[in-house]
Design a protein around this ligand. Structure first.
Ligand code: ATP
Ligand code: MG
Length: 424
């Protein structure tokens, strides 16, 4: 047997308590924000049939071709995949349980996603997304709503330096025309294409536009533009989205090269980007996917959604030096002696009855060493109980940031601590 310390899987991170404070705070802000727009929580399994993602995301995409953790269930032979994103699972769940039968749905989920990528800052093999989906809505109003929502969240988080990029992918007919023109254009310049582009030339030429290969950028810049093929209806939809954004003073840049990495998008697509995270600059991305619901077996229904990368957002906030001032506990109870220990656990429960946050010292030791632990805990006060206090049914309350220690009866304890909290 090896004595080597076991390590987490590469690209999959532990979130230790200090950092988890930031996550909890973030999750609280996000939850209030989603509530304020009437989006409701949905929770799907982490594992789905592989065929779901192949069908939803598209066979010729980075995710399906090379990033999925897929495996065979050794007990029954099923082909399964750790979810690489949430939209497919969310739509699957909505269809399976008939949620769209009566009313459109505004939904959100959050949690782990898995993609086998090369780990680097802001790019992990297990990462977290908050995903927001509005199913059954056709109009540009919901597109604008979701973009406005994002802008509000950045404000609530105090996030700086994220900018909005916007594009429209049009509808099927215009995309097919554009696709044919793209293939013809790249065929004329086939010697400039890298291997990946050559492979995608006939299967997914739009994705060539998304290539980050510097040697192909000039070629890509000169490629036929989808914008030139768009139909009036798609253009009107796009104009309406832009008008609402302008009305709300949301700045954006139209980026005709924004095509998104997944097959299912149409019409409005958007990304919120920053220049502060190197190549991993997209913190939030989404768009309309009117064809997806039918593609995975439902009655045709329009839909719009987006997902944000939690690690990238938190990295930005940490980069800004966001500090969380709130101490983790209100009181740390130190005690010595049998009688004192009994009283200590009684007053600890009494304080928790009134929602105070209390750590009771466990494991014995001198008063001095217990006070050190109290200090390290970040508690506002130490509640000190020796034999003396225990005999008298009293406790001493010592403010940790300096100030006068007071001795009070057990009955007065909660009110006394509240006084100290108020003074903070
Ligand atoms: P990228 O171009 O960076 O690979 P993507 O287009 O693959 O992103 P989406 O599928 O749109 O990403 O996912 C939405 C968001 O989730 C991204 O904008 C990003 O913030 C985050 N994200 C995606 N992949 C990862 C990853 N491997 N690690 C951390 N965050 C990720
Ligand atoms: Mg990717």
């Amino acid at each position: 047997m090896s004595n080597e310390t076991l390590q987490a899987v590469r690209g999959m991170n532990d979130i230790l308590p200090d950092e988890a404070e930031l996550w909890l705070w973030f999750e609280g802000v996000v939850r209030d924000w989603l509530d304020s727009y009437g989006y409701r929580n949905i929770r799907m399994p982490l594992v789905e049939p592989t065929s779901l993602f192949k069908r939803a995301i598209g066979e010729v995409t980075d995710i399906v071709e090379k990033e999925m953790y897929s495996f065979q269930d050794s007990l029954n032979g099923d082909q399964l995949t750790l979810r690489p994103e949430g939209t497919a699972s969310c739509v699957r769940a909505v269809l399976q349980h008939n949620l769209l039968y009566n009313a459109p749905q505004r939904l959100y989920y959050s949690g782990q996603m898995f993609r086998h990528e090369r780990p680097q800052k802001g790019r992990y093999r297990q990462f977290h997304q908050v995903g927001v989906e509005a199913l059954g809505f056709a109009g540009p109003d919901i597109d604008a709503e979701q973009i406005l929502m994002c802008a509000r969240l950045w404000k609530k988080l105090g996030l700086r330096d994220v900018t909005l990029q916007l594009n429209t992918l049009g509808d099927t007919a215009s995309r097919l025309r554009h696709r044919a023109k793209l293939i013809a254009y790249f065929e004329q310049h086939v010697s400039w294409l890298d291997d990946e582009a050559k492979r995608r030339l006939y299967t997914n030429p739009l994705r060539i536009l998304d290539s980050k290969n510097p040697a192909m950028q000039d070629l890509i810049a000169g490629a036929p533009k989808l914008m030139d093929e768009l139909e009036a209806e798609a253009l009107e939809h796009f104009a309406a989205v832009q008008a609402t954004l302008k009305q709300h003073d949301i700045a954006f840049e139209i980026n005709p090269r924004l095509v998104r990495g997944l097959d299912y998008y149409n019409r409005t697509v958007f990304e919120w980007v920053t220049t502060r995270l190197g190549a991993q600059g997209t913190v939030c991305a989404g768009g309309r996917y009117d064809g997806l619901i039918e593609q995975i077996g439902g009655k045709p229904s329009p839909a719009m959604g987006f997902a944000m990368g939690v690690e990238r957002l938190l990295a930005l906030l940490q980069d800004d030096g966001l500090g969380l001032p709130k101490p983790a506990v209100d009181a740390y109870v130190v005690h010595q002696g049998v009688l004192a220990a009994q009283l200590a656990s009684r007053v600890a429960e009494q304080m928790r009855d009134e929602s105070l946050r209390v750590v009771m010292h466990c494991g014995g030791g001198s008063f001095k060493s217990q006070m050190k632990k109290a200090d390290a805990s970040g508690a506002l006060v130490a509640v000190v109980i020796g034999d003396d206090e225990a005999q008298a049914g009293q406790v001493s309350v010592k403010p940790m940031q300096g100030g006068i220690q007071v001795r009070v009866s057990v009955e007065q304890l909660n009110a006394t601590i509240r006084q100290f909290i108020k003074q903070e």
